[in-house]
Design a protein around this ligand. Structure first.
Ligand code: AMP
Length: 131
């Protein structure tokens, strides 16, 4: 059965898209730990980051870097934190989280539930500053 992220890639489930090319997709986390929390995924469905082939692994990180460099212009922060967990969705994803404090990247605290309007607004802001 395809993962929920493959279903997003295939357009069966909507997402707040940030960027896409033929191999990778970036979209907002629906239950962010901080405003602007973005997920970056390979379109190739591989559960575990370190099981990606080298080309996909490096491509994913370079794609994530482009998003991370743009994020602070859209969501003011001290820096962008990077985490890979994968305990919930078995499809490799890099979490990019705009950070102002350590608490902003604490995945143990209750997640935010910003609602569609707020997600639409922040996605637009990030897309605008992407070069
Ligand atoms: P983990 O697998 O533990 O790294 O976490 C999976 C992340 O995916 C969580 O932060 C979820 O909020 C996020 N997530 C799950 N389903 C969706 C979805 N349909 N759209 C956006 N983010 C999602």
């Amino acid at each position: 059965m395809p993962t929920i992220f493959t279903r997003i890639i295939n357009g069966e489930i909507p997402c707040h898209k940030i960027a896409e090319n033929d191999q990778f997709l970036a979209f907002l986390d629906i239950n962010p730990v901080a405003e602007g929390h973005t997920l970056v995924i390979p379109k190739k469905e591989v559960d575990y980051l370190f099981n990606l082939d080298d080309e996909t692994y490096t491509g994913l990180m370079l794609f994530a870097k482009r998003i991370a460099k743009a994020l602070p212009a859209a969501v003011p922060c001290l820096r962008v934190g990077v985490t890979v967990i994968g305990l919930e969705v078995p499809h490799t994803h890099v979490h990019l989280v705009p950070l102002n404090s350590m608490q902003d990247i604490n995945f143990s605290k209750p997640k935010l539930n910003p609602g569609q309007e707020a997600l639409i607004t922040v996605a637009e802001k990030i897309r605008k500053v992407l070069v």
